[in-house]
Design a protein around this ligand. Structure first.
Ligand code: SUG
Length: 441
């Protein structure tokens, strides 16, 4: 079994809409001009780097934005251009919401369980309904179509529909999921959550909790995980109130290693105790206290939103955002992780600033999928990273993406046409078939 990181290709409408309450970066950068071409190229460079470390790498496509489907469903009629013009005039906020390139954060695209852990031996994937925020909820339908196209071989894969709507099953995907494992012990799944639909659990006071306990429980059932191997830790309410809107803002784990901030989970000490029992003495955890790493610094610089990657030699490397090197407390913490008795032997800092300014670090930009050789071979789409694919994608980005996008530019009816042309070409490049609604007959 090998881990493949499916990175989201940043879409042509990447912009700073200020759309996510509780996501401090999104709030503070809202209204600034964005640089879609640079953003997409930064993403591609990250893929090149991770692939260069010898780690499995693949890509997921952006979604059509502004979403004409969403605007039509809300009562806008006429030609595509008329819809954009009228929405710009009458409902600028809706146009902003339906223009977000948020599908780039593929950690939120779905939750995945590897075949080694499921009782029917299938890889299970459930697209996240993202129902907590409208600009993200409109991703689910297309994500489902894309996953069905890539993971369509029913001998190996089960792609579930998104969890049913209503806030009760609000699901934010793998941003709240961590799989840990040690040799000789079955994989353990942490399916975290921020609020409960029906139980009276104290939650955050300032910012919304996105994932529900009930959604996490449904995922464990759907994915046919052994109940003994699943834990449902609660995100600490004061962690969410500090800006940790997803678990992966304050915690990240890989195989036998977990690093977390003390504000990540309620009773983290109890959680680590259970993990030690389930995973044995090889399991390693490093906890940052608020004194060592103030939550403000952790949220601003995202040391926990790193990718922790197992390298071909068995050691691990961390791919962190540049901001974590520039913030002394975060930098010191990551240095400590390498210095201590952990599998992590190196930290690499990459520039994904265009995404970071919307609250998306290296870990947000990727969905982890564990595949055996046979499962890998059952995927026929051209989504696996190669230097040749990199070159075609970079050329595609340079051909179609604007350099700058200001908030006013979202009102340009030409943008929707440009995006459709680009995405239509991309589906042929990646051999995805007709996954977008505008491609349906
Ligand atoms: N932590 C993980 N895994 N993902 C990060 C998602 C960031 C995303 N930002 C946004 O949607 C901002 C869009 C804007 O404001 O334009 C969100 O808040 O859902």
């Amino acid at each position: 079994m090998r881990e493949y990181n499916f990175d989201g290709l940043v879409g042509p409408t990447h912009n700073y809409g200020g759309l996510s309450p509780g996501n401090l970066a999104s709030q503070s950068h809202g209204g600034e001009p964005s640089h879609p071409r640079e953003a997409a190229l930064q993403g591609l460079e990250k893929m090149r780097f991770v692939s260069g470390l010898g780690v499995g790498q693949a890509v997921l496509p952006p979604q059509p934005r502004p979403s004409l489907r969403a605007l039509r469903a809300l009562g806008f009629t006429g030609t595509d251009e008329e819809i954009i013009t009228r929405a710009a005039r009458e409902a600028e906020h809706l146009l902003r919401l339906t223009s977000s390139a948020s599908a780039m954060w593929t950690a939120n695209a779905a939750t995945v369980a590897p075949s080694a852990d499921t009782s029917d031996g299938h890889v299970h994937l459930t697209p996240a309904n993202l129902s907590q925020m409208y600009h993200r909820a409109i991703e689910a339908e297309t994500t489902h179509a894309v996953l069905r196209s890539i993971f369509g071989n029913e001998r190996f894969f089960t792609v579930h529909p998104p969890l049913p709507g209503s806030g009760h099953f609000a699901d934010e995907g793998a941003a709240n999921h961590t799989r840990l494992s040690t040799p000789g012990h079955a994989g353990v799944h942490l399916l975290a959550w921020g609020r409960s639909a029906w139980q009276d659990v104290p939650g955050p006071k300032r910012f919304p909790a996105r994932q529900t306990l009930e959604a996490s429980q449904a995922l464990a059932r759907l994915h046919k995980l052994d109940p003994k191997q699943v834990l449902f830790p609660q995100q600490r309410p004061d962690g969410i109130d500090s800006g940790a809107f997803h678990t992966d803002v304050l915690a990240v784990g890989n195989e036998r290693f977990l690093m977390l901030h003390e504000l990540a989970f309620v009773d983290h000490a109890g959680l680590l105790q259970v993990l030690r029992e389930k995973l044995g003495p090889e399991f390693r955890a490093v906890v940052a206290s608020s004194a060592e790493l103030p939550p403000k610094d952790a949220v601003k610089s995202y040391p926990f939103n790193s990718q922790v990657l197992t390298l071909p030699d068995g050691t691990m490397a961390i791919v962190a955002p540049m901001e974590a090197r520039e913030t002394p407390a975060a930098h010191r913490f990551l240095e400590r992780v390498v210095a201590e008795d952990t599998p992590v032997k190196a930290v690499h800092y990459l520039d994904v600033r265009q995404s970071m300014n919307n609250g998306g670090g290296p870990a947000c930009l990727r969905q982890r999928v564990w595949l055996t050789d046979a499962e890998r071979k059952a995927i026929t789409a051209d989504v696996f990273y190669t230097p040749a694919l990199h070159d075609s994608l970079a050329a595609w980005v340079r051909r179609h993406y604007r350099e700058v996008l200001r908030p006013k530019d979202l009102q340009d009816p030409q943008l929707v046409r440009e995006t459709m042309t680009a995405l239509d070409e991309l589906t042929r490049l990646l051999k995805l078939g007709n996954v977008y609604d505008f491609q349906q007959p």
